[in-house]
Design a protein. Structure first.
Length: 593
């Protein structure tokens, strides 16, 4: 973290120095690179917009400020920072340019890119500027349709056309002419449809605002389902609960599929298993003649682990010849949604399994560490006890014996220190994130190990054709390549004399736009099929006692995981061992091991 702070501090200082020295273009170039490289940081696009303003590049400044807005959290102070810049920029824009920027801001709100609180602040900020936007001919016709309350089918066609062709303008019209208008039975159908439109825009507050008004006019099942579905999406059923308390007849709707479908999720949220089961059984019984409904309820039963119910419904589906095309069209959406729910449940289950596997791996690691450290600690204890008794018998201390005791303790403590050093890459949280050329790092490692290659008479092949850059931790990369090469050297050395014709290690590099592939091949002993599933386990080694702790590949695997990479053993390679490492060009550091 300190290293990252130092990088940003130096970078910001360089930008400021260039700015105050009048080198604004150079400052812009540096700021552009930082904006692209540090995607989660709002500082650089903010300063980039300021620099563009100095150069009178107003449209570029606007784009930079929009990026700044997208990156900030819902902090009032940061939003005021944006608002100040927006108002400063407005004074320099033409009417056409202002309309374009306001449209871009409204689009951010419409597509749900901003935090809801930021969206509300932004709507207030640009409210006066929205009135300056001229509506299109289609927009004006839609406004007239709302004002005169034209036929529902005509309004829906206009809404669909605008939703497809100009969603930003549609959003403005809905806010201005529908959101706060009076609700009547005559506007019910149109307003209900607008609730669905708002939901598609991810504008859940507005959708619920209209929906609550409409429920008091008519308890329409489709509208009820829409409101409950929105509550499910935002994981807040407070409005749904108030509706059920006010209109108790909704829970007694024993035959309406739409209401029962959402009640299943509602009861699941509150862990009301009895009511949930009752709702599922109602859906099943009411839809006996509908295969889509039976498939939907079967998916629910699977997701809740109700296996006996699954078998019953499955047999019923199997005995049915086919479903009506209209039925599939009518319920196709809910069948798909229930299948997605199953997928979500399965992913959650796999996540739990993976969590247990991680705990098991941590347990294995802890056990291995305890075992490895336990041996030298035991040796030290017994050695001290032995010499303690020896010194008790002799009043005088023989310095040779004393030095022998010290040597023994130093050997064992050195052994423990080596083990701790080997584990250091897994426990260190200090990551140095920077741009580096991996071809250079590999060449440096090869040069550092040159004596090992010569002493073992090993030929090393590595011919990088061009620089290949990564953004990550170069020290961790050095540890990965170092461990791979040392493993290959040990594997070749373990072969009986004359068993291999050529002692060789080959390293190859490939790249595309997003990742780098590194291959390390050797002509060593290879890895037996029965051992391949264990090679990445901590403290697993095929080497003789004292020749290795079994941590090399385990550390490589964890370092790669921390950087969003992976390593695989090529099972088809027969001449030794072949490992393939894949790394993203921009590492996403994950300190969880």
């Amino acid at each position: 973290m300190n290293q990252n702070n130092d990088i940003h501090s130096n970078l910001q200082s360089n930008i400021a120095t260039l700015r105050y020295d009048g080198k604004v273009s150079e400052a812009i170039d540096l700021c552009l690179k930082a904006t692209e490289q540090y995607e989660s940081t709002y500082f650089y696009p903010k300063i980039l917009g300021d620099l563009y303003l100095l150069k009178n590049k107003y449209e570029d400044a606007a784009k930079a400020y929009l990026t700044f807005l997208e990156r900030i959290n819902p902090s009032r102070k940061l939003f005021v920072d944006f608002a100040r810049r927006y108002n400063r920029l407005k004074r320099s824009l033409s009417g056409t340019q202002l309309k374009q920027i306001v449209s871009n801001l409204i689009e951010l709100i419409a597509v749900g890119k901003l935090h809801p609180q930021l969206s509300k602040w932004l709507e207030s900020l640009v409210a006066n500027d929205i009135s300056d936007i001229a509506f299109s001919e289609a927009g004006l016709k839609l406004i007239k349709a709302f004002e005169t309350n034209e036929k529902f089918s005509i309004i829906v066609n206009k809404l669909k056309t605008m939703e497809q062709n100009n969603p930003i303008e549609l959003f403005l019209i809905l806010n201005s002419f529908v959101l706060d208008r009076s609700r009547t039975e005559n506007t019910f159908s149109t307003d209900s449809y607008c609730v669905a439109v708002y939901e598609r825009f991810n504008k859940y507050d507005e959708a619920l605002r209209i929906g609550i008004d409409l429920i008091d006019i008519r308890q329409d099942p489709i509208l009820i389902r829409t409101i409950f579905r929105i509550c499910r999406k935002i994981q807040d059923y407070s409005i749904a609960t108030k509706i059920l308390e006010t209109h108790q007849s909704i829970t007694k709707a024993r035959s309406d599929f739409n209401i029962l479908y959402e009640l299943v999720y509602y009861y699941e949220f509150f862990n009301d298993i009895e009511s949930l089961t009752e709702s599922l059984h109602r859906i099943e019984q009411n839809g006996l003649k509908s295969i889509p409904i039976q498939k939907t309820v079967k998916n629910f039963y699977i997701s809740f682990g109700m296996l006996e119910d699954v078998k019953r419904v499955d047999d019923r589906i199997a005995n049915s010849l086919s479903g009506s095309g209209k039925e599939y069209k009518k319920y196709g959406e809910v069948v798909k949604e229930s299948e997605e729910e199953i997928s979500s449940k399965i992913k959650e289950l796999y996540s739990k399994v993976e969590h247990h596997e991680r705990l098991a791996a941590i347990s294995d690691l802890t056990t291995g560490i305890s075992h490895e450290l336990g041996q030298p600690i035991t040796n030290i204890r017994y050695t001290i006890q032995f010499y303690y008794k020896l010194f008790e018998k002799n009043n005088s201390v023989d310095m040779k014996i004393l030095f022998s005791l010290f040597d023994s303790i130093l050997v064992e403590t050195s052994r423990m220190g080596d083990l701790v050093k080997r584990l250091a890459p897994l426990t260190s949280s200090r990551n140095i994130i920077q741009d580096f050329n991996i071809a250079d790092r590999i060449s440096d490692r090869i040069n550092a190990l040159d004596n090992r290659f010569k002493s073992s008479d090993i030929k090393l092949e590595f011919k990088p054709t061009k620089p290949i850059h990564l953004i990550g931790d170069p020290v961790h990369f050095d540890q990965i390549i170092n461990n791979l090469i040392l493993n290959s050297i040990d594997s070749i050395d373990s072969l009986a004399l004359g068993k291999t014709k050529e002692k060789k290690i080959s390293i190859n590099l490939e790249e595309d736009d997003k990742k780098v592939k590194l291959t390390v091949m050797d002509t060593g002993a290879g890895i037996e099929m029965k051992l391949r599933s264990k090679i990445f386990d901590p403290f697993y080694t095929t080497k003789e006692p004292g020749k290795g702790e079994g941590l090399g590949l385990f550390i490589i695997w964890n370092l790669l995981k921390m950087h969003g990479g992976k390593i695989e053993l090529d099972h088809k390679y027969k001449n030794g061992a072949k490992f393939t490492v894949v790394l993203p060009k921009k590492a996403k550091i994950n300190e969880e091991i």
